[in-house]
Design a protein around this ligand. Structure first.
Ligand code: AP5
Ligand code: MG
Ligand code: ZN
Length: 216
């Protein structure tokens, strides 16, 4: 299973990838999660990425491509993966194609999550994330049993710094300008599968399984 999840901020990529990665027994490779960890740890990568992330801008392609080239070479990624939030530009998509081809691999599908802008704004401004396990909640539509505490691991929930309304609007613009062109790119490679990303999470998960070619 070599799949990339493509979609605007708040489309549900992380929510679905976490479960499906477990189910398929492949790593969930989320560039946003990797970058947030690097920022929290204060590494060189984190220092390089932080100011872009705070503004809702994309981190430069060369930084992301180096990061993912290294990550994809790790043993756990050789049998498959779910990419979440990568690639996000044409340059990243081309680099990914090359990196995979070097080891005789290729993407099997790119699943696009189709969600309206009003719903994206609602989701992002109400999102809460677990500091320990990255599980994702929503104040209104998916609240935890105990306010501020993760159901899965007891960790503390926090609001991502880039989930303020102003930064969210910028992220949506950046998506339209820099990432949406990937729809045509992957359509041209006959890899694009569109899933309606609104409605019950389980129903969307079933649609993704089908789109990704999982017959279960
Ligand atoms: P990243 O962390 O990737 O953020 P993003 O793409 O903006 O996507 P999100 O994580 O916000 O959305 P999601 O689709 O994962 O939604 P989620 O499942 O959480 O990137 C952050 C930053 O890092 C970027 O701005 C950039 O600076 C940098 N970066 C990362 N990758 C990069 C790259 N490749 N190149 C350059 N820079 C990069 O769901 C959202 C909310 O909706 C949650 O509250 C959830 O509970 C709720 N929800 C989910 N599904 C449903 C549903 N079906 N119904 C109702 N609510 C739902
Ligand atoms: Mg995410
Ligand atoms: Zn947790």
């Amino acid at each position: 299973m070599r799949v990339a999840f493509l979609g605007p901020p708040g489309a549900g990529k992380g929510t679905q990838a976490r479960e499906l990665a477990r189910e398929w027994g492949v790593p969930h490779l989320a560039t946003g999660d990797m970058l947030r960890e690097a920022v929290a740890a204060g590494t060189r990568l984190g220092l390089a990425a932080q100011r872009y992330m705070e503004q809702g801008a994309l981190v430069p392609d060369d930084v992301i491509i180096d990061l993912m080239r290294e990550r994809l070479a790790a043993a756990d990624a050789t049998k498959g993966f779910i990419l979440d939030g990568f690639p996000r530009t044409i340059a990243q998509a081309e680099a990914l194609g090359k990196v995979l081809a070097e080891t005789g691999q290729a993407l099997g599908a790119v699943v696009f999550f189709d969600v309206s802008e009003a719903e994206l704004l609602r989701r992002l401004t109400g999102r809460r994330v677990c500091r320990q396990c990255q599980a994702t909640y929503h104040l209104v539509s998916a609240p935890p049993a105990k306010t501020g505490i993760c159901d899965k691991c007891g960790g503390e929930l926090y609001q991502r710094e880039d989930d303020s309304e102003k930064t969210v609007r910028n992220r949506l613009e950046v998506y339209t300008r820099q990432t949406a062109p990937l729809l045509d790119y992957y359509r041209g490679h006959s890899l694009l599968r569109t899933v309606r990303g609104e409605g019950p999470i389980d129903g969307i998960r079933r649609a993704i399984r089908e789109a990704a070619g999982d017959a279960r």
